[in-house]
Design a binder for this molecule. Structure first.
Ligand SMILES: C[S@@+](CC[C@H](N)C(=O)[O-])C[C@H]1O[C@@H](n2cnc3c(N)ncnc32)[C@H](O)[C@@H]1O
Length: 551
């Protein structure tokens, strides 16, 4: 007798070669049904009943050993399924079952974060995730969604054998349209969504993807695989505060079609962390791709996401590890996998500046000779003259890193878009100035032609911290107590949420002491430049540490 039949305890007189015959799937169905029919999950879907009916003639006597193997955490039914159906036969459904180490670690991640009231396993297969979750969360209700009727039947058998059938439901349905029902409390979504490439996805579902993503202003590519559809379906059905962890191939991190998932993670899906698994963890048999586990909390407003490489599945459950990368930056990056490789990590107690502040370039006037003048030019109304930092030197020379007076600064002429706002005298002055500007071709510079109206420079509000960004020395970070504006010789650092003056002082001081030229890009000749996005990557003390340092 083959191992398979020994394990499945099928009572046959003539069993020669039976394990290799096509009816073996029927044998599997017969055994599964023998377990299910005694429990609370015996109300089968029509497609499952067909599978059971096709195996009705096969006698099954004793399932005791099998049940105890399941109770001890094994999945003999799932193992048999995977052995009976070749990878080629399973591919159209993306049926690849997850090794127990990864299942345990992902459920462990959820347990370290929440005690969910409900667990949903989308594309449950034989139910490896939903079973482990059922054992881990004794009070949670369990929902397994599986389209393949034989796999769904195995999942029912496993839940029944494990004694979890009383609080479980198995929906034999397409996850994208399954009715999960409602839940009072947190739902945890955990599983391994099927990896099916786009050319095996029908036009109806491609249209669903395109329309649904567009209705949420998410970037979409119809080339997205089925696993991306599952993420979107989760976003649609989940409630704020729900959490999830899905293991998938990691190619979505870089390819164009992955932009939908990347967009979701930096937005409503609330990406918390991405863990790229070392190839040795064998998440996917027969697949020459690395796997990644993506963790999310719906509606999370966290400004950064943790990214890390994981050497083995056991490391997954440790929430404290991972390099924080600001979502602001992730939105700008088209490929995410290089971010996993980058050192150095942000030190303990520090965050990236971009988490606390936005960094904006200063305004480009298009013709400094026309738009920059003395701060008390009598030819123009005072209300159109804005004292501004117009030379990097003004920041390098700031006394002890503080700009406390506007006196030595020149002014940028920033005119209102609507000149009728001005009184008659002021408007007359401005009109005369505009004739002068036109004579100097200031209206036809590239920049002027691309702003509306051409005479409005559009200065930003004063930034509480100003920084130089191009020199042969580290940037100057200057507290702007004077309220100066700035043109594009400087970047402005603007807190995302209000920060006290003391905290801003401490932040500026820490930037001054902590930044080296090696953190920017160096050009030939040794010039170092910090783009705003590069400046946002500078590690700075976390808000808690800043508060401590300021007190
Ligand atoms: C990658 S397997 C994961 C199985 C199981 N959760 C595990 O990790 O061991 C994906 C499962 O999704 C199922 N599936 C494929 N398309 C589906 C769909 N549209 N809705 C629900 N399940 C689907 C497949 O039959 C397969 O069992």
């Amino acid at each position: 007798m083959s191992d398979f039949k020994q394990m499945l305890l099928i009572d046959r007189d003539d069993d020669a070669g039976a394990a290799t015959r096509p009816e073996s799937e029927q044998e599997l169905a017969a055994v599964a049904w023998a377990i299910v029919r005694s429990g609370a999950l015996a109300d089968l879907a029509a497609t499952e009943s067909e599978v059971v009916n096709s195996a009705a003639e096969i006698p099954v006597t004793d399932t005791g050993e099998l049940v105890s193997a399941i109770q001890q955490g094994g999945d003999p039914l799932g193992d048999a399924f995977v052995r009976l159906r070749s990878p080629k036969q399973r591919r159209p459904m993306g049926a690849v079952y997850t090794p127990p180490g990864i299942v345990d670690a992902m459920v462990g991640w959820i347990a370290a974060k929440e005690q969910p009231a409900r667990v949903v396993d989308p594309g449950a297969g034989s139910g490896r995730f939903v079973l482990q979750a059922g054992r881990t969360f004794p009070d949670a209700s369990l929902v397994a969604v599986e389209l393949d009727p034989l796999a769904a039947l195995l999942c029912r058998a496993n839940l029944t054998a494990a004694g979890l059938d009383d609080r479980a439901r198995v929906l034999v349905d397409d996850y994208r349209e399954a009715d999960l029902g409602s839940c009072h409390g947190v739902t945890a979504f955990v599983g391994n969504p099927p990896y099916v490439r786009h050319h095996q996805i029908g036009s109806r579902w491609k249209q669903w993807l395109t329309n649904t993503a567009a209705s949420r202003d998410l970037p979409v590519s119809a080339l997205a695989g089925l696993h991306i559809h599952f993420f979107l379906a989760t976003l649609l059905t989940a409630q704020p505060g729900d959490i999830g962890a899905f293991v998938t191939s990691s190619e979505w991190l870089d390819v164009n079609y992955g932009k939908l998932l990347r967009g979701m993670l930096t937005d409503g899906l609330g990406g918390e962390s991405i863990h790229v698994l070392a190839p040795e963890t064998l998440a996917f048999e027969d697949a020459a791709t690395t796997a990644s586990v993506t963790c999310f909390q719906i509606g999370s407003e966290a400004r950064s996401l943790k990214m890390r490489r994981v050497a083995n599945a056991g490391d997954l459950a440790d929430l404290s590890k991972g390099r924080r990368v600001s979502k602001q930056r992730l939105k700008q990056e088209k490929r995410w996998s290089p971010l996993f490789a980058q050192a150095p990590p942000v030190p303990e107690g520090f965050v990236e500046l971009g988490e606390l502040c936005r960094v904006h370039r200063g305004a480009v006037t298009g013709a400094n000779a026309t738009w920059i003048t003395s701060a008390n030019n009598p030819q123009l109304p005072a209300r159109t003259l804005f004292p501004s930092v117009t030379k990097a030197r003004e920041l390098f020379d700031a006394d002890e890193g503080v700009l406390s007076s506007l006196r030595s600064l020149r002014a940028v002429i920033d005119l209102p878009a609507d000149l009728s706002e001005l009184d008659d005298d002021d408007r007359a002055l401005v009109k005369r100035f505009l004739r002068f500007a036109e004579r100097n071709d200031a209206h036809s510079s590239y920049v002027a032609r691309h702003r509306n109206p051409w005479w409005s420079v559009g200065l930003r509000s004063p930034a509480p911290i100003l920084a130089t960004y191009m020199a042969r020395r580290p940037p100057a970070f200057v507290r702007n107590l004077a309220g100066a504006r700035h043109v594009n010789v400087a970047h402005g650092i603007y807190p995302r949420d209000p920060l006290s003056d003391d905290t801003l002082d401490t932040l500026a001081a820490s930037l001054r002491s902590g930044v080296s030229v090696s953190q920017g890009r160096t050009y030939a000749g040794g010039l170092t430049k910090f783009e705003p996005s590069e400046m946002e990557r500078i590690p700075v003390p976390s808000p808690a540490l800043l508060a401590e340092m300021s007190s």
